[in-house]
Design a protein around this ligand. Structure first.
Ligand code: KIV
Length: 263
């Protein structure tokens, strides 16, 4: 997928969208060579790559730094970059400075969390030529307000609120919406109500697409296994095995051999 038009096209043809997070050049090159549709430079990089316990500890400059690295490896994949915590809640000039940083780093679109208080900005961004992806349900930047990383939209009132927020984001011009950790039935209802595609994570199979954190999919994060994650590789043990083999060959003086040495 190369543009936001492809998102609309896929939804209208009932073709699912695959999105994966990516934070660096070397993985971006692998994703670029894969069938994955689009890349999210998520602010989850604060946790996955930098070891923080929430996504709050990342700035627009750090997001721009990682976005630029991903874009250099991403070929013609569509790249969305997260606007980090607080960077779009400060007033128009400061908000636009944050957006400008990630867009000038090469992102094709930005993602922001929540609808309340963001709709004017979404409209302004769209009018300024910046495609916007929304993010509803479990919005990790609000982890302190939500009381933890919990499934959202469990009761009828909360479900109505999320559906309304999705419609508001669409009305404001968002080209798609991530639905994170909401009951599958609610995600299905929102997906049917929207013209723009929904991308789910922990939101069931009826969303128009799915997103996973790359390192979760690759099984790099031992001990982190929420219900919605499926691991497609035992990355932790595969890489550990390679490192141990290298260590063993260094110790046994079988590496480097003649083959890896200059005459
Ligand atoms: O930052 C991120 O990785 C995300 C996805 C979980 C949707 O926002």
């Amino acid at each position: 997928m190369k543009t936001i038009l492809d998102f609309h096209d896929k939804k209208s043809k009932k073709q699912k969208i695959s999105m994966i997070t990516c934070y660096d050049y070397s993985f971006a090159r692998i994703v670029a060579d894969s069938d994955i549709d689009c890349i999210l430079v998520g602010d989850s990089l604060a946790m996955v790559m930098l070891g923080h316990s929430t996504t709050l500890d990342v700035s627009a400059s750090v997001m721009a730094h990682h976005t630029a690295a991903v874009v250099r490896g991403a070929g013609d994949k569509f790249v969305i970059a997260d606007l980090p915590f607080m960077s779009y809640r400060k007033g128009l000039t400061a908000n636009m400075t944050a957006v400008e940083k990630v867009m000038k780093a090469g992102a094709h679109a930005v993602k922001l969390e929540g609808a309340a208080g963001n709709l004017k900005l979404v409209r302004h961004l769209v009018d300024s030529g910046v495609p916007v992806m929304g993010h509803l349900g479990l919005t990790p930047q609000s982890v302190n307000q939500l009381g933890g990383f919990k499934v959202q939209g469990r009761d009828e009132k909360a479900q109505k609120k999320i559906l309304e927020a999705a419609l508001q984001l669409q009305e404001a011009g968002a080209f798609s919406v991530v639905l994170e950790c909401v009951p599958s039935k609610l995600a299905k209802e929102i997906t049917a109500a929207l013209e723009i595609p929904t991308i789910g994570i922990g939101a069931g199979v009826d969303c128009d697409g799915q997103v996973l954190v790359l390192q979760d999919l690759l099984g790099m994060n031992q001990g982190f296994k929420p219900k919605f994650v499926k691991t497609y590789l035992d990355g932790f043990n595969t890489i550990k095995g390679a490192l141990n083999k290298y260590h063993q060959e260094v110790s046994a003086e079988t590496f480097p051999s003649e083959k890896e040495s200059y005459s």
